[in-house]
Design a protein around this ligand. Structure first.
Ligand SMILES: [Zn+2]
Length: 460
């Protein structure tokens, strides 16, 4: 998941006169083709397979066994360790060494390889195998967040220590475990020699942790991949996520009147005005968001994550500012989320004579994404998980992923991968070897179900 989800992508045009800060605006005018306004067309795969929707998928057991027999546990662990040992910290995001680690075995297994890049140090790998039929894209990122204080790590971040069934290191879970499982699944499929009528495209990308303009966004915008289905590998603990939450950042600024700290009645205290807003939001809006649920997602949410205000201990503050991180479930609109916060803020500030408030939304705004449970990619992944004894629960992802680029371009997209999101981005990040192996098997069987010969195809 990206480290800086608030980063503006320059995908919207800011309103005039917002004070020179491109990240927040009073109103957003979005260019056609921006993430928010790009029409959610029905995916190519949905049309191709419309007549087969909703039919439970069958995976041919003999073919499945043939593919699973080509997954070598030691090889999977060795590959993951080698990948962790190729540091790819972002920023600066140089992934050349990590991409080279990925490219070699795929080429050896018979994949055709392309590289796409906006910058030389940020190559994206596109590895393809199979026939000319429907296309399944597996996507995961090799860049990782910085290590933070090294003294906080017991296991050196790039040593890839193996201990008690876990592999430790920066990126072990986020996202090199998913990269490993996708590549090892593709290689097993190729090695099995099972003929594919469809095509497997593995995209191993740069730049995800800083928002993805040189990574997945490049592949989607330039149509370097045009898949029928997409599985984005992130830490879902091998549960099937039908989509990810939407987002809007909200910045609230209260304005008062400065005065000497010894004569507070001469001023208007902007911090005290903000305090009323904070209490009103947590009393009125937070419980309401808890009740705003969706069958596959955690409830809607908001969190005040930054506050600043005041100039000196003995001066009545004339300004205070907070930042709210607002996450949306499917069906919620960013503009509505902004409007309901603004209404509460205005009502609260009205109780403080002389104070005023400005409420702004981030330029970066996203609708939640949601893929139908009936779609073939979900049914294939369910069949794979079922046959492996893994979770059959259909959930939603609470954080942002590169899946948003595919989903907003209309490609049916789900999120699935080994690891726990709570262990991402922290010291001594780790992933369970069992989980990585299970994900490898699940990706392989899903690809077999969607792309394999007649008899293992969707709805057959
Ligand atoms: Zn990630």
């Amino acid at each position: 998941m990206p480290a800086a989800e608030l980063a503006a992508h320059g995908r919207g045009r800011a309103d005039e006169g917002h004070g020179g800060d491109a990240a927040f605006v009073r109103k957003v005018h979005l260019r056609p083709g921006s993430i928010l306004t790009r029409p959610l067309r029905e995916g190519k795969g949905e049309q191709v397979n419309k007549e087969k929707r909703g039919v439970p998928l069958h995976i041919d057991q003999a073919l499945a066994n043939r593919v699973l027999a080509c997954i070598n546990e030691d090889e999977v662990v060795a590959f993951l360790r080698r990948l962790i040992q190729a540091p790819s910290v972002n920023p600066p995001g140089d992934v050349r060494e990590a991409i080279a680690v990925c490219e070699a075995p795929l080429r050896e297994a018979g994949f055709s390889i392309r590289l796409a890049q906006l910058a030389p140090e940020k190559p994206n790998l596109i590895a393809e195998y199979g026939g000319d039929g429907p296309v399944l894209c597996l996507n995961a990122h090799v860049d990782v967040v910085p290590t933070g204080e090294l003294s906080a790590w017991k296991h050196a971040p790039f040593a890839a220590d193996v201990e008690d069934g876990r592999v430790y290191g920066r990126g072990a879970g986020d996202d090199k475990a998913s990269v490993t499982a996708q590549i090892m699944a593709g290689i097993a499929l190729a090695r099995s020699g099972v003929p594919l009528k469809g095509r497997l495209v593995i995209t191993t990308v740069a730049d995800e942790e800083v928002g993805g303009p040189a990574g997945t966004a490049l592949l989607v915008d330039e149509k370097l991949v045009t898949p029928d289905w997409v599985i984005v590998g992130e830490q879902t603990r091998n549960q099937i996520c039908l989509g990810e939450k939407g987002f809007i950042g909200v910045r609230i600024t209260t304005h008062g009147v400065a005065a000497h700290g010894g004569l507070p009645s001469e001023g208007v205290n902007a911090i005290e005005a903000m305090a009323r807003i904070i209490v009103a939001l947590s009393d009125q809006l937070w419980p309401e968001l808890e009740r705003r649920t969706h069958p596959n997602f955690r409830p809607s949410s908001a969190s005040i994550n930054m506050i600043s205000g005041g100039v000196k201990e003995n001066v009545v503050p004339d300004r205070c500012q907070i930042h709210i991180d607002r996450r949306l479930v499917p069906g919620e609109q960013p503009a509505d989320a902004l409007a309901e916060i603004e209404a509460i803020a205005r009502e609260a500030v009205a109780q403080v004579p002389g104070a005023s408030v400005v409420v702004e939304g981030s330029v970066e705004q996203r609708l939640a994404t949601f893929n139908s449970p009936e779609s073939p990619v979900v049914q294939a992944m369910l069949a794979a998980n079922r046959s492996l004894g893994l979770s059959e629960e259909l959930t939603g992802f609470s954080m942002a992923t590169d899946g948003r680029f595919f989903a907003s371009a209309g490609y049916p997209t789900i999120i699935y991968g080994p690891g726990d999101p709570r262990i991402a981005h922290i010291p001594d990040e780790w992933v369970g070897i069992d989980e990585v192996l299970a994900a490898t098997r699940a990706y392989a069987l899903t690809a077999l179900a969607l792309l394999g010969p007649e008899g293992a195809a969707p709805g057959q």
